[in-house]
Ligand binder design. Structure first.
Ligand code: OFO
Length: 168
């Protein structure tokens, strides 16, 4: 049986994934406006990925006989200081999402919903990868400094492709 508390916290996650997708879309758009085409491409792809996450949760809630709610979400920021500060925000946000997923795991455990407990493990692993790839980007930004952003922007998409190949 699908417990109400599990349904509620999964719907909360639908909202958070939708916000994540919009946040990265806004960052992608800012990057495009400011000439960072590589960063923008990375963030557009990330926004698409977050949308897939929310669709996965919507599908699961409905499949279990619950009711997925498509929410209105808070508007994301539209201005960012620079790529480094922006990616620092991405990391903070992903850490928030990891905590949010862990809270779902905890609710599944309390409710003894071991089906959802097992299903949500995909998100647990995904968060490890997402945090890792953003940390790699921040390390590179720290190494190259502000003067070599052109090179970083040219090469950033290769980092995404490399991370995807490693986890395939
Ligand atoms: Fe960035 O993460 Fe979705 O889950």
């Amino acid at each position: 049986m699908f417990q109400k508390n599990v349904e509620t916290i999964l719907n909360r996650q639908v909202e958070r994934e939708m916000f994540s997708s919009n946040l990265y879309l806004s960052m992608a758009s800012w990057s495009e406006q400011n000439g960072f085409d590589g960063i923008s491409k990375w963030l557009y792809a990330q926004a698409d990925e977050e949308r897939l996450h929310l669709l996965k949760i919507v599908g699961y809630i409905n499949e279990r006989g619950g009711k997925a709610i498509i929410p209105a979400v808070e508007a994301p920021a539209v201005e960012f200081e620079n790529p480094k500060m922006m990616f620092a925000k991405v990391l903070t946000h992903e850490e928030f999402i990891s905590n949010s997923i862990n809270e779902i795991v905890a609710v599944c455990f309390v409710e003894k919903d071991f089906t959802t407990y097992q299903w949500i493990q995909w998100f647990v692993s995904e968060q490890i990868q997402e945090e890792k790839s953003v940390r790699t980007i921040l390390d590179k930004l720290n190494l190259i400094g502000e003067n070599n952003l052109y090179v970083f922007d040219r090469d950033i998409f290769a980092l995404r492709t490399a991370a995807e190949t490693a986890t395939a």
